[in-house]
Write a protein that binds this ligand. Structure first.
Ligand SMILES: [Zn+2]
Length: 439
């Protein structure tokens, strides 16, 4: 994993290798600034004295997880080479937020009902401003924007690239796609990947003839090519392999003679015009706008291009590597590196009352969050000399007023470790981290 490097005024420099960082620390030229993501600070260098190359933050916003990658851009004659510096994945808490808000609403409803027997309904007196996002979606946008801001503190970021739409409508409408002898979309071309993404979106990722999902889907000509059917997207759908083989060159009317409802649905769907807005959901749009507001140049890419890059460069599919493949890129280098798993933990609840599942108070949290110099979420090292917990433990702490703490190491928790055995390695910042190679 690359090590982030800051100058003596805490301005970002180019990241370096672990080996180089170790050597600089040994020689006393650097101090450890932060443990995760590992960052060092040079004691004798300023940003003005150093060479800073262009670095791009690449984002693949997903429904459950957003992949993030940092890459050094090497401009070549043709398309740039991206040298991956850092990979990270940020799962979103959308479901948890939704559940918490529903529970809060239910508790409030109960409390109102308790003191006020009747009140006229006023459920439709709220007006949502334009661009309003549900809290669970806003969280998605805001955590990603906040991570871009963080990366700007560690690395000299010069641009952002994000996947904003699933496919490029211009690529589909281009006449040469249809003109290229009809095989343009089959031979792993960019236009082919854009068409595939478009069809997946339009036909809801299922077979048009049997609704099969999660099976390999093939591009299928409604009017077979042998009968003079064109390769335009208005003649294409998706079918699973058995259906595709069974239909063969039959006319769709004959093939679906037994199922007129489905036939009508398919024909109606074929008439639907290309709609770029359908491929762009509100969250990605909001994310794009907020990233533009940071003042960095934002490159907008398509999902089709990401997939094309990934298959062309033979890179496996993960959220972080998808992010590394976003945008116009000739080659992606150094992608074989561990991924930092970032988990949103927050900084504790505002409410100081713990409730049972039915909304009755169960206990109260202390008024202050800090105990013996520790706060829940801090990364601590506990050295325990004897007893059941004998050993050295490094992990995320959960504090108690009694001074008997819990330490979470990976997935397991050590309960009841005395605060006297602990020291803080890094204060909590609202996130928990895990690397595939834990240092
Ligand atoms: Zn099928």
């Amino acid at each position: 994993m690359s090590v982030f490097v800051l100058d003596k005024r805490k301005k970002p420099l180019m990241p370096c290798s672990e080996k180089r960082a170790r050597r600089m620390l040994e020689r006393g030229r650097a101090r450890v600034h932060r443990l995760v993501p590992f960052t060092i600070r040079l004691v004798d260098r300023t940003q003005a004295e150093s060479v800073v190359q262009p670095v791009v933050v690449k984002l693949d916003p997903g429904a459950t997880t957003t992949g993030m990658a940092l890459a050094r851009v090497e401009e070549g004659n043709a398309e740039p080479t991206h040298h991956v510096l850092h990979l990270a994945e940020l799962p979103h808490r959308g479901r948890a937020i939704r559940a918490a808000m529903r529970q809060r609403a239910a508790f409030r409803r109960r409390r109102r009902g308790k003191n006020l027997r009747y009140r006229p309904a006023r459920f439709d007196n709220r007006r949502k401003p334009k661009g309003w996002l549900a809290p669970s979606l806003r969280h998605r946008v805001e955590t990603v924007v906040s991570w871009v801001a963080r990366y700007r503190r560690f690395v000299p970021v010069s641009q952002v690239a994000m996947e904003r739409v699933r496919f490029d409508t211009h690529a589909l409408a281009a006449p040469e796609v249809a003109a290229k002898g009809g095989i343009a979309y089959q031979q792993g071309t960019l236009a082919g990947f854009e068409i595939r993404e478009y069809l997946l979106e339009k036909w809801e990722r299922s077979c048009a003839y049997c609704d099969a999902r999660d099976v390999p889907l093939q591009i299928e000509h409604i009017i077979a090519r042998s009968r003079g059917g064109s390769d335009r997207v208005s003649n294409l759908t998706l079918a699973c392999e058995p259906c595709n083989r069974r239909k063969d060159a039959q006319a769709v009317e004959t093939f679906l003679a037994h199922d007129p409802k489905r036939l009508a649905r398919i024909q109606a769907n074929l008439q639907k015009p290309l709609d770029g807005a359908a491929a762009m959901n509100a969250t990605r749009w909001a994310l794009w706008r907020m990233l533009c507001a940071t003042g960095l140049p934002v490159e907008c890419a398509t999902g089709g291009r990401t997939k094309w890059n990934r298959s062309r460069l033979d890179i496996p599919k993960t959220h972080a590597l998808d992010a590394a493949c976003v945008g116009v890129v000739g080659r992606v280098a150094n992608w074989q590196r561990p991924t930092l798993a970032i988990r949103c933990t927050g900084r504790g609840a505002y409410s100081r009352t713990r409730l049972t599942a039915h909304g009755f108070p169960r206990g109260h949290l202390t008024r202050q969050k800090r105990h013996y110099g520790f706060q829940t979420g801090d990364l601590v090292r506990a050295v325990v000399a004897e007893g059941v917990h004998a050993g050295t433990w490094i992990g995320r702490v959960a504090v108690r007023a009694t001074g008997s703490f819990n330490i979470r190491i990976g997935t397991q928790t050590r309960q009841g470790i005395c605060w006297r055995n602990c020291i803080v390695l890094q204060h909590g910042d609202g996130y928990a981290y895990e690397t595939s190679s834990q240092r």
